[in-house]
Design a protein around this ligand. Structure first.
Ligand code: SF4
Ligand code: SF4
Ligand code: SF4
Length: 586
């Protein structure tokens, strides 16, 4: 592409034609602050934090949307620019509740960081009336507090564009503008799927998960309870960021040590549940192929995706695998097999999960997720909540020595750990499905065609005895929608589909530590975190779920075969057909 040369702060900068001032500045390592801007998702130039001076322009221009032209002269930090940014921040604060002392985002809030950078005092310069707002806590997974909202519309864009849902949008005009659900319904009454992507992109404390940390502290302090914890694969790839580690740092060992220091009776790994899911799901797929069952079979381990399917493609719920998610399978087995082995009443067990996902908070309350007459999982925390607990308990995370998970429910293969990245469940299932069909190991464990962060991936694999098996992988629900429309119209004829609700899979889940968009716009956090999981897979001596000796033992001594009656009772579930409640969006 042709390049254009401009000057920024007196320096000559060359950038591809069509670039914005922000992109050109980035190429020259010149930082221009942003707030509302999300590359390719929310390019609306609304917040005006990125204003700069351009020679000849009458007013300051917004760098995130203003295209460069040959010979343009730009200044990013003149007194006029700095004053304008400061005034913008002061106006934002004038309609903000400014409870930084106790705000969940204090320390990671992008608004707070900008106020500090530009010397804006907490005492508002422009004080006056405030837009009236109420806290919406109607959803199972999150709380919306518009008194901290700065109307950047990042949440609206991610919900509508990335997730294809659109249950939130700007209502009213001028001073009364607010981000709400249609007809000001509570979010819990809409067809929100609980993905939490809006929380992940919100720069302030206006959106947050429902905090269950005190419930866990209370359980840990109760001598009559046996408190178990399981941690999802993606948590080990994200938790370190909350303690200052670079994006893409593996903190599995420190995480296990921190959980033990918090006082959990057993520190287990959801990877065990993931291996179990693969045994059941691969078996279900093989049975559907051999017996003419409903195809394509679609994975069911992402509760955001499952809820989306129930609302938006209810006619396809029969395509969903009946397998519970790894989180739920783990809880069901912990409260039956493990409890019996240990002689513990399942009613005494408090099963806590740590997940990269807010939809898990919804999932634990679903019907048919209580195989032992008690909930499979009692409390689902996000990665962020675990970080908060570690911090509150005064544990010096960075100083912890690595520790291992407890056994036997702490074992997992390489196939299990890649569940956290888009394509990982498909790859793990194929490794085992090939074995179940042919009785032999797959020629290679690396199904690289389904790896990577692209929103939709396709591949065809030749399996002896079955012939070509066409598979597809989608992550992010707008991509899932596009893929399923093709399946519904007959344009695509896959046998097996993996869908993850969050773009890039669980590594980019709505419960992971928030990364400021000043970084996210230029670093692909999905790819960086996924590398952690693929490295753990490559390092593991066991890379196929059927090789996990503790899973073999579980089937031999307790469940019988994959798909057995007992396995069905404990490990499989049912779905409902829901309706759509929305006005915003398409
Ligand atoms: S959202 Fe940010 S600025 Fe507002 S109260 Fe919370 S930390 Fe303070
Ligand atoms: S949780 Fe997901 S579906 Fe619900 S409002 Fe947020 S982005 Fe939209
Ligand atoms: S809720 Fe958060 S992301 Fe949404 S508009 Fe308000 S500040 Fe922006």
């Amino acid at each position: 592409m042709e390049n254009v040369t401009i000057t920024i702060n007196g320096r000559s900068v060359s950038a591809p034609a069509g670039s914005t001032i922000l992109e050109a500045a980035r190429l020259a390592n010149i930082t221009i602050p942003t707030l509302c801007y999300m590359k390719e998702i929310n390019e609306i130039g609304a917040c005006r934090i990125c204003v700069v001076e351009v020679k000849g322009a009458k007013t300051l221009v917004t760098a995130c949307v203003y295209p460069i032209s040959e010979g343009m002269e730009v200044w990013t930090n003149t007194p006029r620019v700095l004053a304008a940014r400061r005034t913008t921040l002061e106006l934002m604060l004038s309609n903000h509740n400014r409870s930084c002392l106790s705000c969940v985002r204090s320390g990671s809030c992008e608004l707070q960081a900008l106020c500090k950078q530009y010397g804006v005092e907490n005492e508002a310069k422009y004080d006056g009336a405030k837009t009236l707002s109420e806290i919406d806590d109607s959803a199972a997974h999150m709380i919306r507090d518009n008194s901290k909202c700065i109307l950047c519309r990042r949440c609206v864009a991610v919900c509508k564009e990335t997730q294809g849902i659109g249950v939130i949008g700007a209502s009213n005009r001028g001073f009364k503008t607010a981000i709400t659900s249609a007809f000001e319904m509570g979010l819990g009454d809409t067809s929100c799927v609980s993905c939490g992507q809006c929380i992940a992109v919100c720069p302030t404390g206006a959106l947050q998960e429902k905090d269950n940390t005190q419930q866990v502290f209370d359980a840990l302090a109760d001598p009559d309870k046996v408190v178990l914890v399981q941690t999802a694969p993606a948590v080990r790839a994200g938790l370190g960021e909350a303690f200052g580690y670079p994006i893409g740092t593996d903190v599995q060992g420190k995480m296990a040590a921190a959980l033990r220091a918090l006082g959990f009776d057993k520190v287990f790994d959801t990877n065990f549940g993931a291996d179990l899911t693969i045994m059941e799901e691969a078996n279900e797929f093989v049975q559907r192929v051999k017996n003419g069952g409903m195809l394509p079979m679609i994975t069911s381990c992402s509760p955001g995706w499952v809820k989306y399917c129930e609302h938006y493609f209810p006619e396809m719920t029969e395509n969903l695998s009946s397998c519970k998610s790894p989180q739920q399978m783990f809880g069901a087995v912990a409260k039956s097999y493990w409890a019996e082995k240990m002689g513990i009443d399942p009613k005494k067990i408090v099963m806590v999960s740590v997940m990269p996902c807010t939809a898990k908070k919804f999932e634990i309350h679903r019907a048919d997720e209580d195989a032992n007459g008690v909930p499979d999982v009692d409390i689902a925390l996000t990665t962020r909540e675990l970080a908060r607990m570690i911090d509150r308990a005064g544990i010096d995370f960075r100083a912890l020595a690595d520790e291992n998970f407890d056994q036997p429910l702490g074992s997992g293969t390489g196939a299990a750990v890649i569940f956290g990245a888009t394509g990982g469940v498909m790859e793990a299932a194929l490794r085992t499905a090939v074995y179940m069909i042919t009785g032999e190991d797959a020629p290679s464990v690396d199904f690289t065609e389904v790896r990577g962060v692209e929103g939709i991936k396709e591949a065809t694999y030749e399996i002896d005895g079955v012939g070509p098996v066409k598979v597809a992988v989608a992550s992010g629900l707008a991509n899932a929608r596009d893929l399923l429309k093709k399946v519904r119209s007959g344009e695509a004829d896959y046998q097996f589909i993996e869908i993850m609700g969050c773009p890039g899979g669980c590594v980019n889940g709505g419960g992971q530590p928030q990364v400021p968009y000043g970084i996210r716009n230029f670093v692909d956090i999905r790819a960086e975190r996924a590398k952690v999981l693929y490295n753990l897979d490559a390092k593991n001596l066991l890379r196929k779920s059927y090789e996990n000796p503790d899973i073999q033992e579980l089937y031999k001594n307790y469940l019988g075969e994959p798909g057995s009656e007992k396995a069905h009772h404990l490990l499989h579930t049912t779905y409902v057909k829901r309706t759509v409640n929305r006005v915003y969006g398409k």
